[in-house]
Design a protein around this ligand. Structure first.
Ligand code: HEM
Length: 468
């Protein structure tokens, strides 16, 4: 039986077929953690950041092995979602467990540590133009060994699960210490689509490794202008220490990104002032999409989203009729982070993004009153799976987002993410499709508050850990 990672996976066909290859695919899904091939979809998350006591590493290994036995497998997640669709029965909590390189070291299991320089170094030791570590949030600054993510369907379940697991860590007698907790909470716009705190639809464009998801895109929006299909190998690698030939895992990036909503919204207005008649298009040029998700390259004026759900937000587009960046600027966030058909290898650098907003809003996100908008204390818990940290997350951040000469000299840094702030002003479409503005600095409204690189090992890895 062989597992071919160089293709998308039609998992419902694997369930129905009786071939050895289908059996290998099911065995892989049954040993793979969920959330990698498809988002877990829960609206609330508890993100527990943990550290192990090196002096008690056998006890820590046992604890992590037991915790790992409860993670949600990819197969359970996929079948559970079908049951939920059919019955409407509330989904049970989702759970995934991830380790840093320091975590592998603290557990005394370097022999099965996944390879790679970036992973071994840890995020805090990489050249990412990040603020100094001393300014990162306590608990998120470099001494993390593991991350346990629990996904819950309601705020009540979230609180109950937080209390339950906090107690469980306390009962480990110091073998496993809780460093900090980050709570995620998804937010929606009036069309019932998920948004981030600046107010824009987020999470829409994803590389898709499951053929069923690609087929849905083809049916609902088309895939002739942008085909989101990727092979499994773009997200999965072999899991060192897994018990099966088909045991797979994935590298994972976590970054807490604080958003200054008031500053961003004010700057959108200032940008609109130098782009006569632009109105909402000013902010859309910064992101590459209007707030409701309409790509700015497809429209100079916002078109209402036809139906709620991803199918209502177009994703079947590229920038081929905008070669000079006069509709969607080269610096626009979505063009920076996925130039689509502009470059031959855009797809190779894409990650499966699984982020969720954090922080509570006291204002009405739709009231448009600047003074009410928060300046901090909320943002995005950015999370993404991939097979190669250097070639996916770091490539995107360093060579696209922070590169002021991306594609053309003077493009400027990504106005949402570019670091350090002010490192390269951008030019925005002044007359849509015709001319560009003078350089205008749009930066500094997202601040990196801490993060780490993790690996999501296979389920059988955790089982074996207890026996070591
Ligand atoms: C607070 C921080 C961030 C905000 C507010 C933000 C916002 C957005 C929005 C509104 C979209 C458009 C919706 C969509 O296509 O899914 C988007 C897409 C995207 N973002 Fe971000 N993002 C943030 C951080 C990041 C980071 C850290 C990365 C990677 C380094 C990233 C990479 C991407 C990618 C790859 C896409 C999809 C582009 C496409 O395929 O068209 N984002 N983001």
């Amino acid at each position: 039986m062989t597992l071919n990672l160089d293709q998308t996976l039609a998992w419902t066909k694997s369930l129905a077929a009786h071939t050895p290859d289908a059996a290998a695919e099911l065995a892989m899904l049954n040993d793979l953690q969920g959330n990698i091939l498809k988002g877990h979809g829960r609206g609330h998350t508890i993100n527990f950041f943990l550290a192990f006591d090196k002096a008690q590493h056998p006890a820590a290994r046992r604890f992590i092995s037991e915790l790992g036995a409860d993670v949600t497998t990819a197969l359970d997640q996929l079948t559970g979602a079908q049951v939920f669709k059919a019955t409407g029965k509330s989904a049970s909590p989702f759970m995934t467990l991830l380790l840093t390189a320091d975590g592998y070291r603290a557990l005394g299991i370097e022999d099965v540590m996944p390879p790679g320089q970036a992973f071994a170094d840890g995020m805090q030791n990489r050249q990412l133009n990040d603020p100094p570590q001393a300014q990162w949030d306590p608990g998120l600054s470099g001494d993390i060994h593991a991350l346990l993510i629990i996904g819950a369907s309601s705020a009540q379940d979230q609180s109950a699960l937080q209390a339950e697991f906090t107690q469980r860590f306390a009962a480990s007698d110091g073998a496993v210490r809780l460093l900090t907790v980050e709570l995620g909470k998804s937010i929606c716009n009036r069309d019932k689509n998920g948004i981030e705190h600046f107010g824009y639809v987020d999470g829409r464009s994803q590389p898709l490794a499951l053929q069923e998801d690609v087929d849905l895109e083809a049916r609902d929006g088309g895939i002739d202008q942008w085909d989101p299909a990727i092979p499994l190998s773009q997200l999965l690698v072999k899991c060192p220490g897994g018990q099966l030939d088909v045991s797979c895992g994935s590298y994972f990036v976590f970054r807490k990104l604080e958003q200054n909503v008031q500053g961003f919204k004010r700057r959108e207005i200032e940008l609109a002032e130098i782009l006569p008649g632009a109105g909402e298009r000013a902010g859309a040029s910064v992101v590459g999409r209007f707030e409701n998700g309409t790509p700015v390259s497809a429209s100079a004026t916002e078109i209402p989203v036809a139906k709620p759900g991803p199918a209502g937000v177009p994703n079947n587009f590229n920038f081929s009729d905008d070669a000079a960046g006069l509709k969607c600027p080269f610096a626009g966030h979505i063009r920076k982070t996925n130039p689509r058909t502009d470059t031959g290898d855009s797809k190779d650098h894409l990650m499966a993004r699984r982020g969720i907003p954090y922080g509570d809003r006291t204002d009405d996100p739709n009231d448009g009153i600047l003074a009410n908008k928060p300046t901090g204390g909320l943002g995005l818990l950015f999370m993404a799976y991939q097979r190669d940290l250097e070639n996916q997350f770091e490539f995107t951040q360093r060579f696209w987002v922070d590169n002021k000469d991306f594609r053309n000299p003077g493009t400027g840094i990504d106005p949402i993410l570019g670091q350090p702030p002010g490192a390269g002003p951008q030019r925005y479409p002044k007359v849509y499709g015709v001319s560009l503005s003078e350089p205008f600095d749009f930066s500094g409204f997202v601040t990196m508050r801490g993060g780490a690189y993790f690996f999501a090992p296979s389920v059988s890895f955790f089982k074996r850990l207890g026996a070591r």
